[in-house]
Design a protein around this ligand. Sequence first.
Ligand code: ZN
Length: 169
Amino acid sequence: MRLFRSSEILGIAEDALQFALAASEDAHPHEYMGFLRGEDARSLGLERDGTVITDVLVIPGTESNSVSATVKTSQIPNDFNSVGSVHSHPNGVLKPSKEDLATFGRGKVHIIIGYPYEREDWQAFDRNGDPTELDVLDVSLPEGESFFDFTQADIDAELDYDFDDEADP
Ligand SMILES: [Zn+2]
């Protein structure tokens, strides 16, 4: 029985995947990390129930070096409509690290992108770190919205969260 059928992840929009691949390449040799946000499939014109990943959002405060990218958990908004995460492995290994597994419990799907960041150099994982299928969908995203130009003000307005809220589970 699926009480929350509509929250099923149907796939990732081609544009969002391309953005994440390009961002990972830009960050090389450092890790890139972002969060995945979804839209209701029907709002994108699909005749299916579920969620399509349409946005890749970089959280301010990400500390990145060649070894790992970490996010201060207090900077992950509690009410953020995040369906998962995406980050890159500059060493090209498409497997979650021990540190990755520790964070995968949050969110439904986690994407690892590996060097050399070509179209097939990525793998999706479930919250247990097991490889999972993620369809790439050719959907047209709502006009007037661009995830390429997020500013801090945009993010604040979008998320409406409070950095001082320490009620993290
Ligand atoms: Zn990793």
